[in-house]
Write a protein that binds this ligand. Structure first.
Ligand SMILES: NC(=O)NCCC(=O)O
Length: 350
């Protein structure tokens, strides 16, 4: 397992193909190269941030102009800072690094930038300890919810999303720290499209509602790690883009975090001090199912993807999934399934 933790990424293996084969591969995945400034590349290299860039194809239309937007997905490790670093010092160090990442993204023309979930602290929920981790809580207009705030390009607070599905298992004991989100599935109108934040990527209905509320781009900031989680990663956000005809941006944390005290994971393993390994691999999917290369599994990285929001409607027109989605039959079933006397529609041989 430890060797696999160091495995960098499928995309890096693919890059070793002869250039003409790699070119064919790019065409088959339908993404292109885009230009970013030398300054962006220089900053990325100076700050040791892997930079991956790509653009998605979109047909030109006769009536609507292209709506070109650049999204920036930033993934990072906590190390070199040990989890035992004093709270204020660690917060400051992470803020300083975040500042470098944002500046790099800005030089790359990024319009919308997204961090991973709980990027500004250790992922300490595995420990079940409250001290000192609760001291990382801050009022981003919230304290007891796992919350993402959306800040617009003028520096103004646009609103927030509270995580709806709080994990309760294995090394993801967030329910000891957070209440379940209670403010629905907001979509934020910005100068760069209608955007939303979806934390609960294991729940297709969660994704669906952001689509119903009109999202063009749904960001999924994550702290996703471990063997059970990784096989799902490349599928869930991609499938959501296909099912809902919007762009999805899956943003993950990187690395293993070592804590001071032993804790157990409820899986028969002896007490230990390390978190799950967070496998990075942040990526973007377009509404037609094509996807960007992923960032590495092991390194700090910035993925800059150029998208044309017109693709959302083009794909909707092509498949007509919204025309045939039959929400009413699911609304009825779902409301019955929430009742204690729900009887599943199960047919048995008589
Ligand atoms: N942060 C979080 O909700 N993680 C859930 C587990 C996973 O998906 O890897």
């Amino acid at each position: 397992m430890s060797d696999f933790k160091e495995f960098e990424s499928v995309d890096n293996v693919l890059k070793q193909l002869p250039p003409e084969d790699y070119d064919k591969l790019k065409k088959s995945r339908v993404w292109n190269e885009i230009q970013v400034s030398d300054e962006c590349r220089e900053l990325a290299s100076k700050y040791n941030i892997e930079l991956v860039t790509c653009g998605f194809n979109c047909r030109e239309e006769q009536l609507r102009s292209p709506k070109i937007v650049r999204v920036g997905l930033f993934q990072h490790k906590l190390v070199p800072f040990p989890t035992s670093t004093p709270v204020q010092e660690l917060k400051y160090a992470l803020f300083k690094f975040a500042n470098k990442a944002i500046r790099t993204a800005a030089r790359g023309g990024v319009n919308i930038f997204c961090f991973p979930e709980t990027w500004n602290m250790p992922y300490a929920f595995c420990t079940r300890e409250k001290v000192p981790w609760c001291e990382y809580a801050e009022s981003a207009h919230d304290t007891i919810w796992n919350t993402a705030v959306v800040i617009d390009n003028h520096g103004d607070y646009l609103g927030k999303h509270r995580k709806n599905h709080i994990p309760r298992g294995s090394n993801f004991n967030e329910s000891l720290y957070y209440s379940e989100g209670n403010i629905g599935h907001p979509v934020f109108e910005t100068e760069f499209g209608r955007i939303a934040v979806c934390y609960g990527r294991h729940y297709p209905v969660n994704w669906l509602v952001f689509g119903l509320n009109g999202a063009d781009i749904v960001f999924s900031p994550s702290a996703a790690g471990g063997e059970a989680s990784e096989p799902l990663w490349a599928i869930e956000a991609r499938n959501a883009a296909i099912a809902n005809n919007y762009f999805t941006c899956a943003v993950n944390r990187v690395g293993t975090e070592i804590f001071v005290n032993d804790f157990t994971s409820g899986d028969g393993r002896p007490p230990h001090r390390e978190s799950e390994y967070f496998y990075g691999s942040s990526y973007v999917t377009a509404p037609n199912g094509t996807r960007s290369p992923g960032l590495s599994r092991t390194k700090n990285g910035l993925l800059i993807a150029e998208i044309d929001l017109n693709l959302c409607r083009q794909v909707k027109d092509h498949w007509g999934l919204q025309l045939s989605q039959r929400l009413e039959i699911y609304a009825d079933l779902l409301s019955r399934a929430t009742k204690p006397d729900f009887v599943p529609q199960l047919i048995r041989k008589k």
